[in-house]
Design a protein around this ligand. Structure first.
Ligand code: NCD
Ligand code: ZN
Length: 399
């Protein structure tokens, strides 16, 4: 039982939460148990992380990535399958879930890849996986990849009749060239055109949309926006130097400002946590780490009034749960898992890479102000200070 200033049904109330077997049993005026200093928000869900591991353990592992998530107030992640080797079959999927089962600090789910190599038998693989695990989605499908073996064109998407959510990295290769910094070479049109084409084909989930034009074109599907497309722009190039590449690339300041001003229109805030070593960044690798900094930076923005707490909770917890079907997550509500992140709004700190837990050892947000959680509860257990490895993967029996 904890009590304090709780975010409940869109507003803050002074209340207590009673927990039984990991779930919220009662929310009420009772003030018993542990008094929590700070605000109690639902712990976040990050539906787009790349925790690497396998043969890229120098960049990140499920262990370090999930520890980073925990310190960022995230209780559940959806990992992406563009690992080495790629998670494009049930066997590799199971192998990864077994690592997560042993190593993850937070709850863990995994998408399955769709490539030219497995498109013929993808339905079978989906079926095998679903006998054992909850599969959030197929994707992110890399339309943008010019490597033959990964090139899934619009035609392939049309032919596939999948009974599963498909998430798309929406950049059309016809508008993409290679070069550094990549924002000079990857055109906005790549994203806008890809969203337009996919919307004609079916109902997709779009990963990390970075432009107003793309956001405005989504009508059937759902979408997420990454924090760096809201907080950073090409104007950060001098500061970021070698680190600047990310796909989709950073845009103009006016694009980023539009996303912040229209934060209420964004469905999901997801980090696209894509760690690379400093050596890889020097060689042009694209991607920013972000699973630990997203919630803390946006809590600071909410504290200062740039976004509302209501919008923030919706985009980082409630909507991700709804869109991906994590029905026990995303809200402080009777019956849901007791997953909370507690933020003390008096504890504003500057972000320093050395304080973060990702293996990659750097952040594009060095010096940014943020409010990190002081406590995180996972199914009722305080797990941040104890650093207990309470994360679990979803077996089908549990969903
Ligand atoms: C992603 C990665 O590194 O896995 N990088 C990125 O810039 N977002 C892959 C990708 O989405 O291109
Ligand atoms: Zn991507």
């Amino acid at each position: 039982m904890i009590y304090g200033k709780l975010f409940y049904r869109g507003e803050f109330v002074e209340a207590g939460v009673e927990v039984e077997e990991g779930r919220i049993k009662r929310i009420g005026k009772l003030v018993k148990g542990r008094k929590v200093n700070g605000i109690i928000l639902p712990a976040g869900i990050d539906v787009h992380v790349h925790f690497r591991d396998f043969e890229e353990r120098e960049k990140e592992t499920i262990e370090t990535g999930s520890l980073s998530a925990l310190h960022g107030g995230i209780c559940l992640v959806v990992d992406q399958p563009n690992t080495r080797p790629v998670v494009d079959n049930a066997e590799t999927y199971f192998r990864r879930m077994e690592i997560a089962e042993k190593r993850s600090y937070v709850d863990y789910a995994l998408n399955l890849a769709l490539t030219n190599k497995n498109s013929e038998r993808i339905a079978e693989e989906v079926e095998k996986i679903r006998k054992k695990y909850f599969l959030p989605a197929i994707g992110e499908v890399f339309l943008q990849n010019d490597k033959k073996e990964l090139e899934i064109g619009y035609e392939t998407l049309k032919k596939l009749n999948l009974n599963a959510k498909v998430t798309i990295h929406a950049e059309d290769p016809r508008f993409v060239e290679r070069g550094f910094p990549n924002f000079l070479f990857r055109k906005k049109e790549a994203e806008i055109f890809a969203v337009e084409e996919c919307e004609k084909i079916g109902n997709f989930h779009f990963c990390h949309l970075s432009t107003r034009e793309a956001v405005e074109r989504v009508s059937k599907g759902s979408f997420e926006v990454a924090p760096h497309h809201i907080l950073l722009s090409v104007e950060d190039y001098n500061r970021l130097g070698d680190l600047v590449n990310v796909n989709p690339p950073l845009r103009q300041k006016s694009d980023a400002d539009w996303l912040l001003r229209n934060f209420n229109r964004i469905q999901i805030l997801a980090s696209d946590h894509a760690p690379h070593t400093l050596e890889d960044k020097k060689n042009g690798s694209a991607g920013f780490p972000g699973v630990e900094t997203t919630y803390p930076i946006f809590v600071e923005l909410a504290r200062r009034g740039f976004v509302s707490f209501r919008d923030l909770v919706e985009k980082i917890a409630t909507n991700p749960a709804k869109v991906f079907g994590f029905r026990d997550y995303g809200e402080i509500e009777v019956g849901k898992f007791a997953n909370f992140a507690v933020f003390d709004l008096k504890e504003v700190r500057e972000i320093r890479a050395e304080d973060l837990h990702s293996l990659c050892g750097w952040t594009p947000y060095e010096g940014f102000k943020a409010v990190f959680p002081v406590q995180v509860y996972l199914r009722g257990e305080e797990v941040l200070q104890s650093q207990s490895r309470a994360g679990k993967v979803f077996g089908v029996s549990e969903v």
